[in-house]
Design a protein around this ligand. Structure first.
Ligand code: SAM
Length: 300
């Protein structure tokens, strides 16, 4: 999505940019290159391994960037309000997180049932699967995985874990496959369950909500926010955030009763509410990008 992200952020040599999810540094490098010779970038990630990779990748831009390990929801503590020209938030997991079996994100390869983006965090997927009540597991599978068999799977996990604790990705994937067989579907039955657990372990949707609010605070008026999402739950958060901030009225409570609306000043405008998708060329080299959707907003 680098060409689309650059078109959205329009980097200039006097600009200050933030990559909330620096990962391996691919987008950050593109922004630094496009804003040469004077553009500056602040890159953050909660994954220590990602930051190590990014610092190698970005070495050629030494002096023009700063990296920070932490959660992007805390951005406002590191950067002054209204100090940045563009913010990129590329949500979700990175390829190394998925490809490295030790991280435990993938059911395609066996590994410890971990799924923590920040390995300093105490709670792992194994802990969640072994210690969470059936009701809570079912809620996680339903809300974060949109899994129709949520309760049946949660019950099957509870029965199994009385015999032996879940420790590996394969053990869980096999139980899911046994309980909710594929029945001709192309998608592996564990796909939704692994997505749900990953979102729960990393509290992804709550941090996305907080991160978007923080990004808006650090942007200068006229600054751009580019958000890349990979599934419908993230899309919903971004659209709701954009909708709320683009409104020129506020309502008391959670229900929008037109008679009770109070005038308010919108602090954001959509540049592209419609999803911008990766080009065919990118999909050829990076098929994982097929579900990526970029949306762009501008601070007023
Ligand atoms: C899709 S990858 C980003 C890839 C990156 N744009 C690149 O060019 O390599 C998403 C990254 O966001 C990080 N991440 C996810 N949620 C985060 C959060 N709340 N705070 C900080 N980093 C987060 C993940 O650890 C992961 O490295």
């Amino acid at each position: 999505m680098a060409p689309q992200v650059l078109a959205a952020l329009r980097p200039t040599p006097s600009g200050r940019y933030v990559d909330c999810t620096v990962g391996g540094g691919g987008h950050a490098a593109a922004i630094l290159k496009a804003s040469a010779p004077g553009g500056w970038l602040f890159g953050c990630d909660r994954d220590g391994a990602a930051l190590e990779a990014a610092s190698v990748r970005l070495a050629e831009f030494a002096g023009r960037f700063e990296l920070k390990r932490g959660n992007y929801s805390e951005m406002i503590e590191w950067l002054a309000p209204e100090s940045c020209d563009g913010v990129l938030l590329d949500a979700g997991v990175s390829s190394p997180q998925v490809d490295w079996p030790e991280r435990g994100f993938s059911f395609q390869q066996d590994g410890p049932l971990d799924m923590r983006m920040d390995r300093r965090q105490a709670m792992t997927a194994a802990q969640l699967v072994n210690e969470t009540s059936v009701d809570e597991l079912a809620r996680i599978f339903r809300e974060f995985g949109e899994e129709p068999e949520a309760r049946r799977l949660a019950r099957a996990i509870e029965t199994e874990r009385r015999l032996r604790r879940f420790t590996t990705t394969r053990q869980l994937a096999e139980l899911v496959e046994k309980t909710a067989p594929r029945r001709g579907r192309r998608m592996h039955p564990a796909t939704r369950i692994f997505q749900a657990l990953r979102i729960a372990v990393n509290d992804e949707l709550r941090f996305l909500r907080l991160g978007l609010e923080a990004a808006l605070k650090i942007l200068k008026p006229g600054g751009r926010l580019a958000v890349v999402t990979f599934h419908s739950l993230e899309v919903r958060e971004v659209k709701e955030f954009g909708r709320r901030h683009a409104l020129d009225y506020s309502v008391p409570g959670s229900v929008d009763v037109p008679e009770l609306r109070q005038p308010a000043v919108a602090d954001l405008a959509w540049v592209s509410r419609k999803a911008i998708r990766p080009g065919e060329d990118e999909l050829k080299v990076n098929p994982r990008a097929r579900s990526a959707q970029l949306r762009v907003m501008e601070k007023i």
